[in-house]
Design a protein around this ligand. Structure first.
Ligand SMILES: [Cu+2]
Length: 209
C-alpha cells in the first residue's frame, strides 16, 4: 500500500464514520490528527514535536500521525441502534504515522509512550501497555509486544521518508497515552530485549483518546 493510499484510506474511514453519525448528542470524537515539524529539545514546553538527535531527525523533518478509535464507547449511539440492531463493529484503535526528512535508509523503532515529550529523552516515560507488565521496565515479550503496545517501526527510503500503521483490539485508557517516541534502533522482540529500541532520538506529543 502506498503512502497516499494509506492516508486516503484513513481519511475515508473518518469520512464514512462521520456521515453515519446521526444528529443525536455527540459522542467523543473518535479521531486525532497531529502534523508537526521537529523543534530543538530546549523548546519542549511549547513544541508539538522535538528532536534529541539532529543527525537522525533534523529540525527540517516533519511528522503526521492519525488515531482512529473504532467501536466501543464512542460508537454506542451510532449504527447499532438504527434498525440494523445486530450490527456490531470490532472494537479497536488504528494509529498511522508518516515521516519525512529523516536520516535515509534507517530503521527507527517507534512506539506510543505514556507521558508527554520533554526537554530530556526520558521525559516521555515507558511504553503504553494495554495489560500492564507488573515488572517494569517491561522487557518480557508476553507484555512488550505489538498487540499489547502500539509499535510503529519505520524504515526510511533513500529520500528519508517512511510510514507505518498499527491496529490493536483495544482503546487507550483516557489520559494515559501522550506521545509517540522515535528510537535509534529497530524494536527488539526477544526476552529481556522486547520493546527496547535504543536511544530516544525524537518525540511527538499526541493527545490520544
Ligand atoms: Cu519507545
Amino acid at each position: 500500500m502506498s503512502l497516499v493510499k494509506a492516508v486516503t484510506a484513513a481519511v475515508a474511514m473518518g469520512a464514512s464514520m462521520a456521515i453515519a453519525t446521526p444528529a443525536v448528542a455527540a459522542p467523543p470524537h473518535p479521531f486525532v490528527f497531529v502534523h508537526d515539524r521537529f523543534q530543538p529539545a530546549a523548546q519542549a514546553k511549547s513544541a508539538g514535536a522535538v528532536t534529541y538527535d539532529k543527525s537522525l531527525v533534523p529540525t527540517s523533518a516533519s511528522v503526521f500521525i492519525a488515531e482512529a478509535r473504532v467501536g466501543g464507547k464512542g460508537m454506542k449511539n451510532r449504527e447499532g441502534a438504527q434498525g440494523h440492531g445486530q450490527y456490531k463493529m470490532h472494537k479497536g484503535t488504528f494509529v498511522f504515522i508518516s515521516l519525512r526528512g529523516l536520516a535515509r535508509n534507517h530503521h527507527f523503532g517507534i512506539h506510543v509512550h505514556t507521558k508527554p515529550c520533554g526537554t530530556k529523552p526520558d521525559s516521555s516515560g515507558p511504553h503504553y501497555q494495554n495489560k500492564p507488565d507488573p515488572k517494569q521496565p517491561s522487557t518480557n515479550p508476553k507484555y512488550a509486544n505489538p498487540h499489547n503496545e502500539v509499535w510503529l517501526d519505520v524504515t526510511t527510503n533513500k529520500a528519508g521518508k517512511g510510514w507505518a500503521k498499527s491496529w490493536v483490539k483495544w482503546q487507550f485508557r483516557s489520559g494515559e497515552a501522550h506521545s509517540v517516541v522515535i528510537h535509534k534502533n529497530a524494536t527488539g522482540t526477544t526476552s529481556g530485549k522486547a520493546g527496547q529500541a535504543g536511544a530516544r532520538v525524537a518525540c511527538v506529543n499526541v493527545p490520544f483518546k
